[in-house]
Design a protein around this ligand. Sequence first.
Ligand SMILES: [Zn+2]
Length: 349
Amino acid sequence: MRARAAVVFALVVGGWLWLDARAQTNEPIVSGAHRFQKVADGVYYATSSGTMNVGANSPIIVTDAEALVIDSEITPAAARALVADLRASTDKPVKYVVDAHYHYDHAPGNQVFTADAQVIGHDNTYKRLLTNVMEQYTYLSSVRPIPARVETLKQRIAQERDAQQKATLERQMASSLAYLEQVKEVKVTPPNVTFKTTMTLHLGGREIQLMYLGRGHTDTDVVVYLPQQRIIATGDLMESQISYMGDSYPDEWIATLDRLRAIDFDTVMPGHGVVFKGKTKIEVFQSYLREVIRQANELRKQGLSADDAAPKIDVTKFSGEFPGIRGVGIDPAGVRRIYQLADHPEPAH
Ligand SMILES: [Zn+2]
């Protein structure tokens, strides 16, 4: 008996220690298509677990009675999966969704939420989502390469000897093929609550500030700020990696990031990449934008087309903060955008 009691005692204490260690290491919880990282009390960061294309990362704020989700994800299927997977972290219903911006990998899950939740976005998100964004450049240029990528994956799978690596590639291929099916269900759905500059939600003693800081990654970027916890969700206005520039306002983006940096926070939950601390990365990204604009304008003056200029732009000096930069050359979409705005400026409205 005594031996059994000792075993039970050891298991209970061991279990406590294990739970405690897990809480301290902040190990993410994998649930279905998502992985949930606890960022602070009631604040989670949902990323893909690798089984499904869910699109952007979704910060989640849980209050006493409800959950607020930032970004409804890339398809209605991903949005439904998020709602189901979230039950591993909370039993509170999703009552608020914030569209960080209008892009195809952030807002197409809106249709899953509009019946039961307030889907909040910027006035410009509403305007943009009244048009068919699934026929526009950013969506098409992202989706068109998928079939070719699937073909490449097929060849790599056939040649791969390592079983684990092969399984990873097979998962990637399956989720790409599934996405091409799942996206057919999208009915572009604008937010049902919109605002122009700021909006504050007071939920369960928590203050949640929504802000539009100006044009940047798009003209629809909303940041969500938790002043008590000094946490901010920035969408693609500021990522931990280099953000897409194809719909951006590069000059204004730098000024908008000045306004972002003026806010008192120390933790950033971005639309893509990983949660990061501090403001250094933002400053470096501003320098990156300045450098891209400077070099693009120079090459434009020399008479190069945007597509000829893009591979010549050298931003490798920023690879310390942004290791995704692996050599000279940048995404032509950004350079096309700089040229387009030089030829046809878009006055602020
Ligand atoms: Zn985006």
